[in-house]
Write a protein that binds this ligand. Sequence first.
Ligand SMILES: NC(=O)c1ccc[n+]([C@@H]2O[C@H](COP(=O)([O-])OP(=O)(O)OC[C@H]3O[C@@H](n4cnc5c(N)ncnc54)[C@H](O)[C@@H]3O)[C@@H](O)[C@H]2O)c1
Length: 407
Amino acid sequence: MTSADTGGAVKALLLENIHPSATEVFGRAGIEVETRPGSLSEDELIETLPGFALLGIRSNTNLTERVLGSASDLLAVGAFCIGTNQIDLAAAAKCGIAAFNAPYSNTRSVVELVIGEIIALARRLPEKTQRMHDGVWDKSAHGSHEIRGRVLGIVGYGNIGSQLSVVAEAVGLRVIYFDTHDRLAHGNARRVATIDDLLEQADVVTLHVDGRPGNAGLFGDEQFKKMKPRSMFINASRGMVVDDVALREHILSGHISGAALDVFPVEPKRQGETFESALRGLDNVILTPHVGGSTQEAQEEIGRFVSGKLSAFLDQGNTSLSVDLPELQTPPLAGSFRIAHLHVNVPGVLAEINRILLEERANVLAQNLNTLGEQGYVVTDVSRPVSDSALEQLGAMPQTIWLRTHH
Ligand SMILES: NC(=O)c1ccc[n+]([C@@H]2O[C@H](COP(=O)([O-])OP(=O)(O)OC[C@H]3O[C@@H](n4cnc5c(N)ncnc54)[C@H](O)[C@@H]3O)[C@@H](O)[C@H]2O)c1
């Protein structure tokens, strides 16, 4: 690994008890790691960050414009979680600090929870276990069903929806799905043309749509009415997608025979805070505190995934799945010299880079450009190292945010 700007041993600071799998990945990449169990305040970050090229956080560390602007040694930040609201991404991009997260690492965990819930609801386990705890022995097959051969309707066939489809078929469910995008059907799953088609056929409806604003209130009285009598409903996507009061009415009327909710329109902000919901206290309703993706395995995978992204960024200038910089993923050509150039996205930058490389008589083996908002990123692989004077010229271009080399 070489980078014109990093010099010496690269150091990473990992906050908030990030899984040790991250330290292992950094260790293999020769990156020195310092860990702290908790988060740091704005002032503490400003004091601590000098000397660190990489920073790993989870959801409790806020990276403000002030922190990012003062962290002159910081090259990249990893959010070892799904959300990135705690990072001022526009400020990070302006400073040229790459930010990464782990959008897929807990997919399997959500899928397994949903499979468990389908079986639990079909056997009416929430009320059975409650009665046993109350000391009531009520042995009966009434209202209990196998899930084999039942129709599972998946709304939103993205990462989670499509993986759920595969596992659900393996336990004998017949899968239909609706997605606003063309999504390839996995296994024997069948795409339906409209949500209404899905609601008409499904014995279990499960939502796995993303959080785009247009999805607010996607499921309300009208959709619940269209579901089959005695069908079941699951939402582990976003709380705002479902009208919980309408759902309550349909559960009380018996039209919906069971429901499992992991996400809610309003969720407590702090551990121990009271959870308020129209769905509390209903029979055959499973309520979980947004834990669909919360497993040890997901934490381990998040540690591995984000540290891998940060290492590949340092090692090769790879920005694939960056949440703030233009994405480029181009494995370096064997024996080549790589020039990575982040710049302000204005006309003429590529022409100027290539003018400098032409003057240098550099043989360009591969060149890739991508832009995102106000930033542009060019990665050029040339057949041999270019002169210091060419690098100086590239670095001195007024649009340059940073210039790094890898070979
Ligand atoms: N409960 C948890 O702990 C937990 C954990 C991880 C993810 N999630 C949530 O699960 C959801 C799915 O995650 P993912 O990684 O599969 O996302 P994804 O972006 O891969 O998939 C979402 C899919 O929904 C489709 N879609 C969007 N709006 C739609 C609509 N109105 N009708 C039909 N299809 C629509 C999209 O085209 C896409 O295919 C997200 O909302 C995510 O935040 C929850």
